[in-house]
Design a protein around this ligand. Structure first.
Ligand code: GDP
Length: 454
């Protein structure tokens, strides 16, 4: 039997601190410390007011609740004590629980027990962590939808179909009187193909999922005085970078995290990307190039141009440098002044061109809309069908590959044992996502990234 565990589940410093207990002794340990007011017994699932005593001394008047198994988060008996947030009270409470025989819960151990006790699969368990760490309402909504179990049910239905298919092929292998031609081969191929298509769609959603979870690197580039710092400040809504009209003031990169609706941008304002003899500025330019490379490859680049001037050599250098970016927006700044820039030339180089005035904060909405569109954050699937972690994406991709292979073999009339092998591979890979086939060390690794108390 697993030892009873306890941990503080809330962040230190709040007015209330919640100590959580899970394990066979949860009720016993709670009752040893907590006495309901009026001497009444604890009623399961009812938050009750009372006193918390350690060594005969009342140290708090908290609320407490007991949850009998198995209808609990972990599947074990659980209890919670909602203390006042004093770190002294919380530490003393935990110490008393440890003295009674509980031990400190490790990171993610409550959720790990929930997984091991079959309360949720690994996909849902990872969604719990995504929910705890969500940096935007959209990321939280996605994790909550995943916790709702729609995708997990889809995976388990796929698994059942694959297992049933294996059984049919094995019957042909084990009983030579059965003929493979008697199997519904066309129907089987269709089923495998449908699953493959669905899993491939999920795999390709990973990039959006990651952007939603971690944010996208974003570089603001442009020649000196184009208005990069002003744009950064306008987006941030406060003055963060030094803004002057002397070329080269922004000598180093300035990093900020920006939340625009569901989109999180890890913004880099960079030193002007230009050739310079000044050694200090050269360092800035070199760092700017690194930031731009990252944003070009995995994020989004905002190329800022001073629209009140014709395109110059410096601007053309910028265009050249961001030409191969995955996602780039040309921001034609200073729209409050007379436009001198040839917009058509820019439209020939960028799929997205947005005219605005960073100084007047006019037109920023258009830029934000364009970014939401470009990153696909606006329309998120309601069922939680967006993959947010690489391990899941890779396992699903391997599942899809095996299904594709099985389909091909089925079409080419391969022998049943070869097809069964491939379908078993698919079942195994899918099991890495749901946790049905995951090595213990990988499970430990996954939960070690959780918070203590969750
Ligand atoms: P950076 O070198 O690209 O970072 O450019 P800055 O943001 O430091 O801006 C250079 C100059 O352009 C400053 O004097 C800003 O006030 C001015 N500027 C920036 N944006 C605008 C704008 O939208 N309209 C006008 N008229 N001036 C702007």
């Amino acid at each position: 039997m697993a030892q009873t565990i306890a941990a503080l589940s809330t962040a230190p410093g709040g007015a209330i601190g919640i100590v959580r207990i899970s394990g066979e002794q949860a009720e016993e340990y709670l009752s040893a410390l907590f006495t309901p007011t009026g001497g009444r017994p604890l009623v399961p699932r009812m938050l009750t007011y009372g006193t918390l005593s350690v060594h005969g001394q009342v140290i708090d008047r908290p609320m407490a609740v007991y949850f009998p198994a198995p209808a609990t988060y972990t599947g074990e008996p659980m209890a919670e004590i909602h203390c006042h947030g004093s770190s002294a009270v919380l530490e003393e409470t935990l110490r008393a629980l440890f003295a009674l025989g509980a031990r400190q819960a490790q990171q993610g151990e409550f959720t790990k027990r929930a997984f091991l006790n079959g309360k949720m699969d690994l996909f849902e368990a990872e969604a719990v962590n995504d929910l705890v760490c969500a940096q935007s309402a959209q990321a939280a909504a996605l994790a909550t939808a995943q916790l709702g179990g729609h995708i997990s049910t889809e995976f388990s239905e796929m698994r059942e179909k694959l297992v049933a298919m294996c059984a049919q092929f094995l019957a042909v292998i084990d009983y030579p009187d059965e003929e493979i031609e008697d199997l519904p081969l066309t129907e089987m191929r269709q089923t495998l193909e449908q699953m493959r298509t669905r899993l491939t769609t999920l795999c390709t959603s990973y990039e959006r999922g990651r952007a939603l979870r971690e944010g996208l690197p974003c570089a603001i580039v442009g020649r000196p005085n184009a208005g990069k710092s002003t744009l950064l400040n306008a987006l941030l809504g406060y003055d963060r970078a030094i803004v002057t009209d002397i070329a080269g003031t922004t000598r180093d990169t300035v990093e900020e995290t920006l939340r625009l609706g569901g989109l999180i941008l890890r913004l880099q304002d960079t030193a002007g990307l230009r050739e310079t003899e000044d050694p200090v500025e050269q360092i800035g330019v070199s760092r700017a190039k690194d930031a731009v490379t990252l944003a070009k490859e995995t994020g989004v680049v905002l190329a800022v141009f001073d629209g009140s001037q014709p395109l110059g050599e410096d601007d053309r250098l910028v265009i050249e440098q961001v030409r191969d970016a995955k996602r780039a927006v040309a921001v034609v700044n200073k729209s409050d002044l007379l436009t001198q820039m040839d917009l058509e030339e820019l439209q020939g180089c960028f799929a997205q061109v947005v005219q605005l005035s960073a100084k007047q904060r006019d037109g920023l909405d258009r830029l934000i809309d364009t970014l939401m569109e470009l990153t696909g954050i606006r329309d998120l699937p309601q069922d939680g069908g967006l993959i947010t972690n690489l391990r899941q994406a890779e396992a699903l991709s391997h599942t899809a590959e095996s299904l594709e292979q099985a389909c091909r073999q089925l079409g080419a009339g391969f022998s049943p044992d070869v097809i069964v092998y491939e379908i078993e591979q698919a079942i195994d890979c899918l099991g890495r996502v749901t946790g049905a086939h995951v090595q213990e060390d990988i499970i430990d690794y996954i939960f070690a990234n959780f918070c203590v108390g969750k």
